[in-house]
Design a binder for this molecule. Structure first.
Ligand SMILES: [Zn+2]
Length: 419
């Protein structure tokens, strides 16, 4: 990604009464509110199905279950040669054999979970001629009317000649890709149970029931030479355009306008980038998704309350949040060019989770396993598990935490329950 300044087109202005009041609650509330009403004729008081909504927060015991099992470090441990992270942590420049190896690894991991996989292959012109790219789109339930997307790019940056061609992009973005795979594996059983409940008509919250989870692994995020509009985010540009021109046949459950496209059925695009090194500082970039940012902050806070960070950090009882506090007076700060940009420009609601400042190893050979902090990646996995479970109304089974017991133990356990 790059820090080029560019204008963010705000095609959707779904400003909510609550956020306006928040922004102006300090002084002169009434006058300013009237002024805002005059200036923003398109203000919508109604929360839409695609916008802000109440989340069902997991309780403490559900959180404790979800963050401990399966072990949130196993998939992101660079010391384990079989971890998802290790499988991705090789040079994997677009249109190379290694890129295909990593692509196939991601695809096979998600196919094993029986997710619907689409390989979105295309060619595009680059400063080095025509190149092949393939985005990976994995969807839990392809028939769902809407989806929340979690995304990261799986290609690594091209550098010519030894030793720079050994660049593996650990934070950029091998670790975020491994985190997405960890999330899919962890919550797949919960998504399955949710599906059963939906089929039995046991979930009546339509906002929740109509939404599925989709993971997108973008190819060709990196510029081959200098970051420009045409030499960067090849995969994201291709997919945003494709989805914006793919019209959907009417669906009884899609409460959308007749001209709905694949793009308009995205609730939010959550893009992870440059994560995995210690002490990241994450800020909210867009007014539309400030509430979703807050939901992620809340997930981290509740995980901390469960004691997870104290257990994992050495000696120090205190923990420092990954997230920069919001002042409530933020504007849209779309100054970091990344895979979200083509979607944002087409009106998609974006939550950009990127360390800013960038990790100090950014685009250097040092962005390798040594740049990663296992406790930090563990925390990211825990945050993503809780955040998405809150969002999709998943219900971690607290009882499944029970350790397996021998027959004798089980008898005495059941007897103990009777008292
Ligand atoms: Zn990069």
């Amino acid at each position: 990604m790059s820090t080029r300044i560019h204008f963010v087109r705000r095609q959707r202005r779904r400003t909510h009464l609550s956020s306006i009041i928040d922004a102006f609650s300090d002084t002169r509330t009434v006058l300013l509110l009237l002024l805002v009403l005059l200036c923003f004729p398109s203000v919508s008081w109604q929360q839409t199905a695609l916008g802000e909504r109440a989340l069902q927060e997991l309780d403490a015991s559900q959180i404790a279950s979800l963050i401990s099992s399966p072990d949130p470090s196993r998939n992101v441990d660079p010391k384990n040669p079989n971890s998802h992270l290790s499988k991705i942590l090789i040079p994997r420049v677009a249109d190379t054999e290694n890129n295909t190896i990593v692509k196939n690894y991601i695809v096979s991991t998600l196919k094993a979970l029986k997710w619907h996989i689409e390989e979105d292959a295309f060619t595009d012109n680059t400063p080095y001629g025509m190149k092949k790219f393939t985005n990976i789109i994995a969807t839990k339930d392809p028939d769902a009317p809407r989806r929340i997307i979690l995304a990261a790019h799986f290609d690594s940056k091209y550098f010519s000649g030894y030793p720079m061609n050994q660049f593996v992009g650990a934070t950029d973005s091998a670790a975020p890709c491994a985190m997405l795979l960890d999330l899919a594996e962890t919550i797949d059983p919960l998504l399955e149970r949710r599906k059963e409940k939906l089929a039995l008509g046991m979930i009546d919250d339509e906002d929740v029931s109509d939404t599925t989870l989709q993971l997108v692994f973008f190819d060709g995020e990196e510029a081959f030479k200098e970051w420009t509009d045409t030499d960067s985010v090849y995969g994201a540009r291709h997919l945003a355009h494709k989805w914006s021109t793919t019209y959907l046949t009417p669906h009884p459950k899609r409460r959308l306008r007749p001209s709905a496209t694949e793009l308009t059925t995205i609730e939010h695009l959550v893009l992870l980038d440059l994560l995995g090194s210690a002490n990241p500082s994450i800020q909210s970039y867009f007014i539309d998704t400030a509430w979703l940012f807050d939901a992620m902050v809340s997930a981290e806070k509740r995980i901390a309350s469960a004691g997870a960070f104290k257990m994992s950090s050495s000696a120090d009882d205190k923990w420092r949040s990954f997230f920069r506090p919001r002042t409530g007076r933020e504007d849209n700060y779309g100054f970091i060019g990344d895979d979200h940009t083509p979607f944002l420009n087409l009106g998609v609601s974006v939550l950009h989770i990127i360390a800013n400042p960038f990790p100090h190893v950014w685009h250097t050979l040092q962005d390798d396993a040594s740049a990663l902090d296992l406790e930090t990646m563990k925390r990211w996995n825990m945050i993503m598990r809780v955040f998405i479970s809150d969002y999709l109304g998943l219900e971690p089974n607290v009882k499944s935490q029970t350790v397996s017991r021998s027959a004798g133990e089980l008898v005495s356990y059941l007897l103990s329950l009777e008292h």
